[in-house]
Design a protein around this ligand. Structure first.
Ligand code: KIV
Length: 267
């Protein structure tokens, strides 16, 4: 494990060396310090905080102010891991809003990268963010901000047309300048194919074991959501004696490829 700060270039180099990338969500300074020390490469200030911290049924109510607040909490605690912050629902509906929102997450929050959900319709926004020096993480597959349109948290990419769209959007996002891609709830074979095709690192969640890295919601992998954690997640507190042990066990399991295992691979 390297003690030097994670950068966009070091993540790309990890992919080049075939080293898997361990990512966790994080929403505050205490956990940011702990995750940093445990060797997590990337902390995602996810809008999942709307569900796990605020108790909402979806991520839709999360506001930009709330994301800026939690991002600033995390960056105060982080010294090594790269901090990626989610652009929340509607905060990137137009290029102007996207630039304004990204500048708040990066200037006030201290994020080093912003993440947005969506494919083709957002390519120009990605190009504009990148042109202004804001690194972008794309998010394809299940896009939780669209839950009201999807009618639920549904697995994506099962049929030919949907798989083709995800393949196309992944490549287009890379071409538009995205530095990282999160694939959520897609078949392992599709995620693996995309990870092998793209030069940027592909981080999976519920997307099987063939991605360049994995991300989980912190509260899920610490067993704090009994009965609510998705089946692709794992409770690392079952074997870990402390929170620190559990996070270290997660990092090790991602690195050696033992997470996710067969029962955690949804498809
Ligand atoms: O909001 C979030 O935490 C996320 C991850 C689940 C990838 O987008």
């Amino acid at each position: 494990m390297s003690a030097s700060p994670t950068t966009v270039a070091s993540l790309a180099a990890m992919k080049g060396r075939g080293e898997r990338i361990a990512v966790l969500t994080c929403y505050d300074a205490t956990f940011a310090r702990l995750l940093d020390e445990a060797g997590v490469e990337v902390m995602l200030v996810g809008d999942s905080l709307g569900m796990v911290l605020q108790g909402h049924p979806t991520t839709v109510p999360v506001t930009l102010d709330q994301m800026v607040y939690h991002t600033a909490c995390v960056t105060r605690g982080a010294s090594r891991a790269l901090v990626v912050a989610d652009l929340p629902f509607m905060a990137y509906a137009t290029p102007e809003r996207a630039l304004e929102s990204a500048s708040r997450l990066m200037q006030e929050g201290g994020a080093q990268m912003v993440k947005l959900e969506g494919g083709e319709p957002y390519l120009d926004i990605v190009r504009q963010l990148v042109a202004q020096g804001a690194p972008v993480c794309a998010h394809l597959g299940l896009q939780p901000q669209s839950v009201n349109q999807l009618g639920g948290y549904r697995f994506q990419g099962r049929d030919h047309a949907s798989a083709e769209r995800i393949r196309h959007d992944a490549l287009a996002m890379q071409d538009a300048g995205a530095s990282l891609l999160v694939l959520e709830c897609v078949p392992q074979a599709l995620a693996g194919e995309i990870a092998r095709t793209l030069s940027i690192p592909v981080i999976g969640i519920g997307a099987g074991a063939e991605c360049d890295g994995q991300v989980l919601v912190l509260q899920d992998m610490l067993g704090l959501n009994p009965g609510r954690a998705p089946r692709f997640s794992r409770d690392f507190m079952v074997t870990g004696g402390s929170v620190r042990d559990a996070v270290e066990a997660y990092v090790a399991a991602v690195r050696e490829g033992s997470f996710p295992s067969a029962p955690e691979i949804a498809y």
